[in-house]
Ligand binder design. Structure first.
Ligand code: NAD
Length: 369
């Protein structure tokens, strides 16, 4: 039987440190649950630039095309700040997303009870929160033409970007959101600005079309994105899956991130079109960057990376049961007080190292079987 394949791109800064803990979880799944992966490791970002002079080698891209899923650590760092734009580490990641056409960005906003005191909102508003934001990632105003800065007739300048969406671009990301909702609480809320933007009118109509014609069993509602932002901080638990465009999704997913506490806790996925076997091209990565200020010290929080692997199990490998198991092991670790420095509130409390958090997650996984 063909083994599921994983391409691991640990990248820069704390990327390799947090990925080491993910590799231990992958090994644990093989040893204790008989779920084995064909794991290939390669370079991306600054690490790839140091060896190849470019942030993503063609061979690595080829491996990414062949892999069932890609796990990425982080790319970037001050060492590479003065490189020309096209060679910067982050371009490696952008190229991966573009070449694999990963158009749906999934950002869960989950607040573990043990961390409800970390949100900027009151614990009762965020405790137990579990929502999913689906952001369109490859089109919209960040890519639309015309764009640029040109002189005007009065000695000043004009800055132009174009918000542009096609039927196909909207329908495919809407489908991702509806599919996700079916595995959750069966509700989708679509957000745009149909009151002031034609692209918003089209967005609303096309999402409605997909809902009516393909997912009549899923509850669909619409909200203006500004009102959606307000509702996200007023009563976030009213949502299940939110689907929105690239620009609004960029902002709304960052707002939602703050609901759940630390950057070190946030996983993400970027999915493309489903292939013949129904499995989408997919890249999983923590939301945080390479954290150069703490890199090399062994103190980074590995939870976001471990939870990103849990997302891979759920969305690429149809192993929601094992994803649940890993999420529970992470939550237990936090409630046992084993936390890296970013999750410590009490002055004088001793932070755990990256490895100690990994040890505890593995220990909790052992206890779960
Ligand atoms: P960052 O996410 O790397 O760090 C922001 C702050 O959060 C830092 O104080 C850092 O120590 C802390 N932090 C982040 N992750 C943490 C973790 N797992 N545990 C504990 N603390 C953590 O963002 P930045 O400082 O703006 O960017 C640093 C570099 O990372 C830049 O080169 C940037 O371009 C790059 N970056 C890459 C990605 C990516 O690879 N997807 C995303 C964001 C930034």
């Amino acid at each position: 039987m063909k083994m599921n394949s994983l391409l691991i791109l640990a990248g820069d800064g704390i990327g390799p440190e947090v990925m080491d803990e993910v590799l231990r979880v992958i090994e644990w799944l093989g040893d204790r649950r008989g779920i084995r992966f064909d794991v290939v490791e390669d370079l991306v970002g600054g690490a790839a630039y140091d060896v190849h002079g470019i942030p993503l080698h063609d061979d690595t891209l080829e491996k990414a095309r062949k892999a069932d899923a890609i796990l990425l650590g982080a790319a970037g760092g001050p060492k590479y700040d003065n490189l020309e734009f096209g060679l910067k580490p982050e371009r490696g990641l952008l190229k991966l997303r573009k070449e694999l056409d990963l158009y749906a960005n999934l950002r869960p906003a989950i607040c573990f009870d043990a961390l409800s005191g970390f949100s900027s909102l009151k614990p009762e508003i965020v405790s137990g929160l579990n929502i999913m934001i689906v952001r369109e990632l490859t089109s919209g105003v960040y890519f639309g033409e015309p764009r640029g800065i040109t002189p005007d007739n009065e000695g000043g300048r004009i800055g132009v970007n174009t918000q542009r969406y096609t039927t196909n671009e909207i329908r495919r990301v809407a489908r991702t959101a509806f599919e996700l909702a079916r595995r959750r609480d069966n509700r989708v809320c679509s957000m745009e600005k149909a009151n002031v933007m034609e692209s918003g009118v089209l967005w609303r109509e096309e999402v409605q079309w997909v809902g009516d014609n393909e997912f009549p069993d899923v509850e669909l509602s619409h909200m203006y994105a500004d009102a959606g932002g307000m509702q996200l901080v007023r009563w976030p638990k009213q949502f299940d899956v939110i689907v929105t465009d690239n620009l609004f999704g960029d902002m709304l997913s960052d707002v939602a991130a703050m609901l759940s506490g630390s950057l070190g806790m946030l996983p993400s996925a970027s999915l493309g079109a489903p292939s013949a076997d129904g499995c989408p091209k997919a890249l999983y990565e923590p939301v945080h960057g390479s954290a150069p200020d703490i890199a090399g010290k062994g103190i980074a929080n590995p939870c976001a990376a471990i939870l990103s692997f849990a997302m891979a199990l759920r969305y690429s490998f149809d192993r929601g049961d094992e994803a649940d198991r890993i999420e529970v092991a992470v939550e237990r670790t936090l409630s046992q007080g084993i936390r890296t420095a970013d999750l410590l509130q009490v002055k004088g409390a001793k932070p755990a190292s990256t490895r100690q958090v990994g040890d505890s997650v593995i220990g909790n996984l052992d206890e779960s079987v």
